[in-house]
Design a protein around this ligand. Structure first.
Ligand code: FPP
Length: 240
C-alpha cells in the first residue's frame, strides 16, 4: 500500500467520475456499458476508503446538466442508479457505510427517491465511511436553493440579515453535515470542475487524472492519496 492513514490522508475526497462514455466507445460498445463498468469502480473505491484513512467520500453520479443527454442514456442511468441502490443497500449497511444523497430530488422519480430514502434511513447510524452520492446535483443549483431557504428565513424573521456571514450559507447547503472536501479528483483528462461542490471546494486540492473512470483502480486511488499527503496546504496563510 502506498498510502495509509499515517500518510496524512485526506479526510474528505470528492470524485468527478468522468470518462464512462469514452471508455465504452473505445471498445465499440454502447455508452451505458461504460456507466455499468463505472458502477463497479464505485464499489471498489468505497471499499478501499476505511483502509486508506478516507472518512468521507462524495461522488458525482448525475449533474443538473446531465438531463441534456439523450433520453435513452438518461433513462439507462436512472435504471442503473435504482439497480445499484437496491442491489447494494444491504451490503453497504453490513460494511458500516453511511450513505446520503445531495442534489435536488424534485425531478427524480418516486421509485428512485424511495430507494434513496430507504438507504439513507437504514444506514443513518453507521459509523464507517460516509458516502455521499450527488444525484441531480449542481453547485449553482444548490447555492440557489440554499439562498431561497435563507431568504424565507429572513422573511419569516428567523434570520437577521445583519448576522449573515460566510458561515451562514453553508448551513443551508445540501452538504450541511459534511466537512469541506480536502481533495477533488477528476478522471478522464478533463481539467474542469463542472459545477461540482463550488462553495465547498474553496480550499480543496485538485487532481486531474488521465485515466477513464472505469479504469480507475484502488491502486491508482492509493497513488493519488499518496501525492496528496506530500502537498503543502496553507489555506491562504504563510507557512510558519
Ligand atoms: C461521466 O462520464 C459519468 C456520468 C455522467 C455518470 C456517472 C455514473 C456512474 C459512474 C455510474 C454509477 C454510479 C453510481 C452511484 C451507481 P461520461 O459519460 O460523461 O463520459 P464521457 O465524458 O467519456 O462521455
Amino acid at each position: 500500500m502506498t498510502s495509509s492513514p499515517e500518510h496524512n490522508a485526506p479526510c474528505h475526497v470528492a470524485i468527478i467520475m468522468d470518462g464512462n462514455g469514452r471508455w465504452a466507445q473505445q471498445k465499440g460498445r454502447p455508452r451505458l456499458i461504460g456507466h455499468h463498468a463505472g458502477a463497479k469502480r464505485v464499489q471498489e473505491i468505497v471499499e478501499a476508503c476505511p483502509d486508506l484513512g478516507v472518512k468521507y467520500l462524495t461522488i458525482f453520479a448525475f449533474s443538473t446538466e446531465n438531463w441534456k443527454r439523450t433520453q435513452s442514456e438518461v433513462g439507462g442511468l436512472m435504471r442503473l442508479f435504482k439497480r445499484f441502490i437496491s442491489a447494494k443497500t444491504q451490503e453497504l449497511h453490513q460494511k458500516n457505510v453511511r450513505v446520503r444523497f445531495i442534489g435536488d430530488r424534485v425531478r427524480l422519480d418516486d421509485r428512485l427517491t424511495d430507494l434513496m430514502d430507504t438507504l439513507e434511513l437504514l444506514t443513518a447510524d453507521n459509523t464507517g465511511t460516509h458516502l455521499t452520492i450527488a444525484l441531480n446535483y449542481g453547485g449553482r443549483d444548490e447555492v440557489a436553493r440554499a439562498t431561497k431557504r435563507l431568504a424565507y428565513d429572513v422573511a419569516a424573521g428567523k434570520l437577521d440579515p445583519k448576522s449573515i456571514d460566510d458561515e451562514t450559507l453553508p448551513k443551508y447547503l445540501d452538504t450541511i453535515y459534511l466537512p469541506d472536501p480536502d481533495l477533488v479528483i477528476r478522471t478522464s483528462g478533463e481539467a474542469r470542475i463542472s459545477n461540482f461542490l463550488l462553495w465547498q471546494s474553496a480550499y480543496a486540492e485538485y487532481e486531474f487524472i488521465d485515466t477513464l473512470w472505469p479504469d480507475f483502480t484502488r491502486a491508482e486511488f492509493e497513488k493519488v492519496l499518496s501525492r496528496f499527503g506530500r502537498r503543502d496546504r496553507r489555506f491562504g496563510a504563510v507557512k510558519a
